[in-house]
Write a protein of this length. Structure first.
Length: 358
């Protein structure tokens, strides 16, 4: 291994933002920050380039809160279209796997449009075609709570995919969009993986066999997704440790377990975080308790979120996070080819299976 970045580094779920900018710092303290509040400034772009990042699946549109889901989602697509247009030397909107390769060649950051909740579909699966035409490429069925498609990971009933959920999965297949099951409940995940005509993904998760928390996936879920040609991304989140204080070593352990269950061709990363690190962690910790309590009171928090847990891995952040992870995997005995797959190639291969025209 060398210190140079790999040809492809793809974050299956992440953020392009400078969290230290005033607007982003204020948004971080709110329950439902809008992507229009994020700060894609010179530092965010420079840090993303320095990290070796090739492409990132960013979250836009409605996830939770009081905004009208469909209208808000269309507005946020407009916001990100404007961000990409304003930064043509740095950003490239991703519609196909070939666009990720193009981003690597042109030394740009590919932006994959994704949802973390499909509430904006309403009761009309035909809206999926509208979103697809606007460039959305990943649709997560639920957030932590239940919606009309199925149950999220924190919904106590653990229902399976609803009839409307089946129709939405079919519409996602028809439009060749990724069906992301990251926040879904166990039964919803299993039902959707079986119902989908195309491979599905769990873009950001951990392994419940290692830490028994609802946001982590069981071996049965991981294996089913992988066996059907799908993709599993491991996050850099507190749920990777029973203490809530996850470390880089915990990330490695969850990757190793996922590879053991799914095989080396199905596993990647979906950090659920930024490249640019938070500079003032003390100030951030002071505001975090209120934010966690707001999430809990509103029913959108997850088991394992506490006032003293950080929503990232403190020793695996900043511009060196991907190189640091590569070195740790190499120390674990992984060869370069396997590490390259985990850092990006597996996601791109999965994208080619789903996004390619029928």
């Amino acid at each position: 291994m060398t210190d140079s970045p790999f040809p492809l580094v793809v974050n299956a779920l992440g953020q392009l933002d400078n969290p230290n900018a005033p607007r982003s710092a204020e948004a971080a303290a709110e329950l439902n920050p809008s992507s229009s509040q994020l700060t894609v400034d010179a530092r965010a772009l420079a840090d993303a380039r320095a990290s070796g990042l090739t492409a990132v699946n960013i979250t836009l549109g409605y996830t939770m809160g009081d905004l009208p889901p469909y209208e808000h989602t269309l507005e946020e697509i407009d916001v990100w279209d404007a961000i990409v247009r304003a930064n043509p030397a740095d950003l490239l909107k991703v519609r196909t796997a070939a666009d990720i390769h193009r981003a690597a060649r042109e030394r740009k950051i590919g932006i994959v449009y994704g949802f973390q909740n499909a509430v904006a579909v309403g009761d009309d699966p035909d809206r999926i075609r509208v979103f697809a035409d606007r460039g959305v490429r990943v649709v997560q069925l639920t957030y932590n709570q239940a919606n009309r498609l199925g149950d999220g990971s924190m919904a106590p009933e653990n229902r399976g995919l609803t009839p409307l959920g089946h129709r939405v999965v079919e519409a996602l297949n028809d439009s060749r969009l990724m069906v992301d099951l990251s926040h879904s409940g166990e039964r919803t995940c299993l039902d959707a993986a079986r119902a989908s005509r195309q491979p599905v993904s769990i873009n950001h998760t951990g392994c419940r066999a290692l830490v028994d928390l609802p946001r982590n996936k069981t071996d049965e879920e991981l294996r089913l997704v992988a066996d059907r040609g799908g993709f599993v991304g491991i996050y850099f989140m507190p749920f990777l440790s029973p203490t809530g204080h996850a470390t880089a070593a915990d990330v490695v352990e969850h990757i190793v377990h996922a590879v053991d269950v799914c095989g080396e061709d199905a596993v990647g990363i979906g950090t659920d975080g930024t490249i640019t690190p938070i500079d003032d962690l003390d100030a951030y910790r002071a505001a975090l308790a209120e934010h966690v309590e707001l999430r809990r009171a509103s029913g959108v928090g997850a088991a394992g979120e506490r006032a003293d847990t950080l929503p990232f891995v403190e020793d695996l952040r900043g511009v060196d996070q991907f190189r640091d992870l590569a070195r740790l995997l190499e120390q674990r005995g992984y060869r370069s080819e396997r590490i390259e797959k985990i850092l990006g190639r597996n996601f791109v291969d999965y994208a080619e299976r789903v996004w390619a025209p029928a």
